[in-house]
Design a protein around this ligand. Structure first.
Ligand SMILES: *[C@@H]1O[C@H](CO)[C@@H](O)[C@H](O)[C@H]1NC(C)=O
Ligand SMILES: *[C@@H]1O[C@H](CO)[C@@H](O)[C@H](O)[C@H]1NC(C)=O
Ligand SMILES: *[C@@H]1O[C@H](CO)[C@@H](O)[C@H](O)[C@H]1NC(C)=O
Ligand SMILES: *[C@@H]1O[C@H](CO)[C@@H](O)[C@H](O)[C@H]1NC(C)=O
Ligand SMILES: *[C@@H]1O[C@H](CO)[C@@H](O)[C@H](O)[C@H]1NC(C)=O
Ligand SMILES: *[C@@H]1O[C@H](CO)[C@@H](O)[C@H](O)[C@H]1NC(C)=O
Ligand SMILES: *[C@@H]1O[C@H](CO)[C@@H](O)[C@H](O)[C@H]1NC(C)=O
Ligand SMILES: *[C@@H]1O[C@H](CO)[C@@H](O)[C@H](O)[C@H]1NC(C)=O
Ligand SMILES: *[C@@H]1O[C@H](CO)[C@@H](O)[C@H](O)[C@H]1NC(C)=O
Ligand SMILES: *[C@@H]1O[C@H](CO)[C@@H](O)[C@H](O)[C@H]1NC(C)=O
Ligand SMILES: *[C@@H]1O[C@H](CO)[C@@H](O)[C@H](O)[C@H]1NC(C)=O
Length: 592
């Protein structure tokens, strides 16, 4: 067993000779064994989802344009899909890992994802997208490094630290699912985990014996700290006692560098900060991730606490936790923090030219979609969440596969461009018929009572404005038409709207969803279908050889010989992998 774990922990990266791969870009390969393990992050033993025995899962790391191969072995007792929000999967929704476009990997099967980190840099993460599994784990960071020829817009940090933070329940995902199925809300989480660990005992409210995260640093050094909110539904305020957070990147774009004492990170969002260890180390320092936009007195247990330990530290952290500088009772000040996130238009990103050279602000908008979320409501006897009055019902056959194999009636292309106030809410497989090469604006209007994050697969979008109240045409005058950040997950405050602009250049069928897992589970999502009419819809990559079939096409699926896969894993494959390790090439040059 130990040997297997060791084997799984290995990964190899090697440059293939040109001709072997698309444009000769290097490959990085991983084997992911997704299984249950027992862990007690909040002091209560529970089944969590681990990847290669680790909770959270290992980092996937590559460089702009690398090809990533992940062979996923599903050792759960449920179907599995892994999704990689923010990784754009250009022309390749076959690898997106959401059930509207991909058949699930059955229990005890394996499936190899194969995608390119085309034209991207930055900080992302992966997670299991089905059945509320994310509430039990299965997530981990995705890091896309700059190519050597593209300089970072800041001095090379002395080190990198990743924080995977999120709200957490001691009940597992099946138990949480049954709460939602019975028409109830999940209520207050049991805590916040930082890198899969519970809070440091900062005062008597924290039980004894909980393992907490400790990060070791050296005085005077500057670290790039990546923070991902992989949680279920709680916005978190992240801060490090006495240290400034210099915001430098979010979800694939370098930001105009700005100092913050604390930063709100909503569900599904990723940020990079530079943190300089400029304190005198009279003691260790608290790292805090605490619930936001809730009654913080009542939600006190929903606080993650880790420890920043200088190598010359003179003692333990003690005393009260630092408090966030911005007061959520003044919503405008909270929104101002988000408005301060601007793109550094002179920095280079995935390409050697400045990020800001694309003048999105001067392009005419071809269509406007207003997507309004409402508090959950009962439809046909069950609690459902809606977007424009429609609660999404996943098709029995993934839509890309249905298109390819001419399965009729799988979904409808009639998702309304505006909320329909004259129709009762309904459950439907209704998708946006978007126009290839269109330049659309999407207004997320949140009429629910909680902060929501919205995410669009396959794209990043320009966040041009957000405000309280109801969006109207005249708000266009307030848009940031010059240095708006481009990203893929954006929060929408309750009673407020957020406007984003998207250039529809990536063909495929792409998920638009709320990242708050409870609302997503209840149907608050749709998809956007984009085909190039000039190429008869064939602009996408061909379906991969290993595509899984299900629904109306399940008879096309061949059986997998699971026992064989298992024995191969424990035998010859290990040898093959060891041999491949020899091929590791550390410095790979990638030109496009
Ligand atoms: C999840 O929790 C339920 C109820 O506590 C339990 O019956 C079930 O076995 C658990 N499932 C897993 C996969 O741990
Ligand atoms: C499952 O893994 C085996 C061994 O790595 C591999 O040969 C096979 O192609 C994989 N199957 C799929 C569907 O990826
Ligand atoms: C923007 O990027 C440039 C070029 O890399 C860098 O020199 C500059 O400091 C950055 N400016 C801000 C405000 O982040
Ligand atoms: C951020 O704060 C640090 C430490 O106080 C300071 O040295 C630095 O100049 C600040 N940077 C910016 C861009 O404000
Ligand atoms: C270290 O910094 C703390 C907080 O800034 C300060 O209170 C303390 O006096 C300093 N200690 C020394 C030895 O400089
Ligand atoms: C938070 O909850 C406490 C206890 O129920 C209550 O006394 C307080 O007024 C609440 N605060 C706000 C801002 O609602
Ligand atoms: C523990 O710390 C929290 C947050 O700093 C504070 O609100 C609470 O009153 C403290 N509880 C105890 C028992 O000291
Ligand atoms: C944008 O629309 C305006 C007014 O309808 C029109 O005059 C202009 O030519 C359009 N610009 C582009 C680039 O299509
Ligand atoms: C309720 O369910 C029935 C039968 O499945 C279906 O025909 C009807 O459209 C559903 N109603 C709504 C509002 O979704
Ligand atoms: C989808 O939109 C295209 C134009 O972009 C149109 O030709 C087509 O008829 C639409 N399909 C449906 C089903 O509405
Ligand atoms: C939801 O919409 C209704 C009707 O427009 C409005 O009265 C209410 O204030 C809105 N609530 C939120 C949280 O946006």
């Amino acid at each position: 067993m130990a040997a297997t774990a060791y084997f799984f922990a290995l990964f190899f990266s090697f440059a293939l000779l040109s001709g072997f791969s698309l444009a000769g870009d290097p490959f990085v390969s991983y084997v992911f064994e997704v299984s249950y393990i027992t862990a007690s992050p909040l002091g209560v033993p529970q089944q969590v989802i681990a990847v290669n025995g680790k909770f959270p899962g290992p980092v996937i790391s590559g460089t702009t344009n690398y090809n990533v191969v992940v062979n996923v072995f599903n050792r759960l007792d449920e179907p599995l899909l892994l999704t990689w929000p923010g990784v754009e999967m250009r022309r390749n929704s076959w690898q997106d890992g959401v059930v509207g476009t991909n058949c699930p990997i059955p229990p005890q099967w394996n499936f190899t994802y194969d995608f390119q980190l085309k034209d991207q840099i930055g900080s992302f993460y992966y997670f299991p997208s089905l059945n509320f599994q994310k509430a039990s784990g299965g997530f981990g960071p995705v890091i896309i490094n700059n190519r050597d020829l593209v300089p970072l817009p800041f001095p090379m940090p002395d080190g990198e630290i990743t924080f995977v933070i999120g709200d957490w329940f001691t009940q597992n995902h099946t138990a949480l699912r049954s709460i939602l199925d019975s028409g109830k809300e999940l209520g207050m989480p049991d805590g916040v985990l930082i890198n899969g660990k519970g809070p440091y005992k900062y005062n008597s409210s924290v039980p004894d014996g909980i393992e907490y995260e400790t990060v070791h640093v050296d005085p005077g050094k500057t670290y790039r700290i990546r923070v991902h909110n992989v949680g279920i539904s709680t916005s978190l305020n992240f801060r490090i006692q006495n240290h400034k957070l210099l915001l430098v990147e979010t979800e694939g774009r370098y930001t105009s560098q700005t100092n913050f004492t604390d930063f709100d990170i909503h569900v599904g969002q990723s940020y990079s900060f530079l943190v300089t260890m400029d304190q005198n180390a009279t003691s260790d320092y608290y790292i805090v991730a605490s619930a936001r936009f809730v009654n913080e007195t009542v939600w006190q247990r929903v606080t993650g606490v880790g420890i920043l330990h200088y190598s010359n530290s003179k003692g333990q952290a003690s005393g009260p936790l630092p408090v966030p500088a911005t007061d959520v009772s003044h919503p405008w000040s909270v929104m101002n923090q988000q408005r301060a996130i601007k793109q550094n238009t002179s920095a280079s990103g995935a390409r050697p030219n400045p990020q800001g050279s694309y003048h999105y602000g001067q392009i005419n908008i071809t269509s406007t979609y207003i997507l309004r979320s409402m508090p959950p409501t009962t439809i046909n006897g069950s609690l459902r969440a809606t977007l424009n009055g429609i609660s999404f019902l996943n098709p029995s056959t993934p839509m890309r596969l249905a298109d390819q194999h001419k399965v009729k009636g799988d979904y409808k292309l009639n998702f309304p461009e505006r909320p329909l106030d004259n129709r009762p809410p309904r459950i439907d497989t209704s998708v946006i018929n978007a126009t290839y090469k269109g330049f659309i604006q999407v207004i997320f209007q949140n009429n629910d009572t909680k902060v929501q994050s919205f995410h669009i697969d396959g794209y990043s979008f320009y966040v041009v404005a957000m405000d309280f109240g109801i969006w109207s045409e005249d708000k266009k005058g307030t848009y940031n038409n010059w240095d708006a950040i481009s990203r893929s997950t954006i929060e929408v405050y309750p009673g407020a709207w957020t406007a984003v602009l998207i250039s529809l250049d990536n063909v495929g069928i792409w998920n638009i969803r709320v990242e708050n897992l409870d609302r997503w589970y209840l149907g608050q999502e749709t998809y956007m279908r984009i085909v190039n009419p000039e190429e008869n819809g064939n602009t996408e990559m061909d379906q991969p050889d290993n595509v899984l079939y299900c629904g109306a096409l399940k008879t096309l699926q061949k059986e997998q010989h699971n026992s064989a896969a298992t024995s191969i894993l424990n035998g010859q494959l290990k040898l093959i992998f060891s041999m491949m390790m020899v091929l590791v090439v550390t410095s790979v040059s990638a030109f496009c």
